[in-house]
Design a protein around this ligand. Sequence first.
Ligand SMILES: [Zn+2]
Ligand SMILES: [Zn+2]
Length: 315
Amino acid sequence: MRGSLLTIGLTCLLSGMLATTEVHADSDFKVTLIGTGSPTPRPDRFGPSTLVEAGDQKFLIDAGRGASIRLWQIKVPMGKIDVLFLTHYHSDHTSGIPDLWLTGWLTTPFGQRKAPFHVIGPTGAKVLMENLEKAYALDIKIRIEDEKLPPEGVAVKVEEFDKEGVVYEKNGVRVTAFEVNHGDAIKPAVGYRIDYKGHSAVISGDTRYNENVIKYGTGADLLIHEVAMARPALMQSPAVQRIIAHHTTPKEAGMVFSKAKPKLAVYTHIVMIPELPLDDIVAETRQTYSGPLEVGEDLTSFEIGDTVTVHRFKP
Ligand SMILES: [Zn+2]
Ligand SMILES: [Zn+2]
């Protein structure tokens, strides 16, 4: 599908067949929503995870439930992820790590990692990975002895940071971590901005309404934000109040988008109490934001060039 809209958009526009003015060239900066869910074990929305492809590099932001399955649905071998960035340590964002790490080490087409598994995250990443190495020590020992897998492919390289700023820079890609506010007890918690060839994608991570997302998201091509919404009648419940207080409501996210003015605003990590029509989330957002908005689904992807092109996944 890459590049298929080039010229077609213009031709159709001229013939009056298409309502979009979209004309774009192939881009080597692409973001794919790997999982757009919350802790709810839904088959259609896997755990939070986002793939960023920039030039010859591939990054994953968080590895929630089923990230490896979604990656292989789009034929990205787990072993080809250059760096896993972590936003915070809620288990729905990390429970896919052992699978990504260990299955990615196998010599099968979906694995293929031959270099250390590189993880970058705020304080806590080292403890998490050290303990996973202990938990899976027997599997690692068995596969090295029995399958002769290369030990360097299961090694772990962890980089931790304790303040915001640039946390990765290589081959024209710069990744900047910024602090967000996921609640007083949920620290550290960060979002990421990825800059490449004069374009940028920003991922909020889990956060309440936060000025820092506006600061780092201003002028971004793509601003991917979490969202949470409960039916008003349920807001009497302290448990529901607590959940919503850790996240951003559609109206608040709309305020973030209105101030940051990204080329495209996107929802991921969609928390709904109970299941609500996605139209309700959009309608609430429209009270504070009138710009371009997409509600993400698993494997929705975005090509970032002079314009941002949305591709919905079709199996
Ligand atoms: Zn969280
Ligand atoms: Zn979360």
